[in-house]
Design a protein around this ligand. Structure first.
Ligand SMILES: [Zn+2]
Ligand SMILES: [Zn+2]
Length: 103
């Protein structure tokens, strides 16, 4: 899917803090790139980190030209198709009530 792609750089303290989350799923990327569809409404958003918190992830949200904030948000559960391998429904994977199209 095409993405908005606007970027924001994370502060060193935040990279360290979110890298140190218990049971962290990812290495924190120093430059966050917006995951939402082009021309989306609302804040820009990029996934920062996931851990064992079921169905929830840490997202950086920001308005163009403004500082970001990092918040724990429930996952968007809208089904976007069927997995061709196992026949299970695919879900969007962004956060609930995000702007723009589902991924
Ligand atoms: Zn964006
Ligand atoms: Zn969605």
């Amino acid at each position: 899917m095409e993405r908005c792609g606007l970027t924001v750089a994370l502060a060193v303290e935040d990279i360290e803090r979110w890298s140190a989350v218990k049971d962290a799923a990812y290495e924190v990327d120093p430059v966050m790139e917006c995951w939402l569809a082009p021309l989306h409404s609302g804040d820009h958003a990029s996934l920062v980190q996931s851990s064992l918190t079921p169905g929830r992830d840490w997202w950086a949200l920001w308005e163009t030209g403004s500082p970001y904030r990092i918040v724990l948000l429930p996952r968007c559960t809208v089904e976007t198709g069927i997995d061709i391998v196992d026949g299970e429904p695919l879900t969007c994977g962004l956060y609930g009530c995000h702007g723009g199209e589902h991924s």
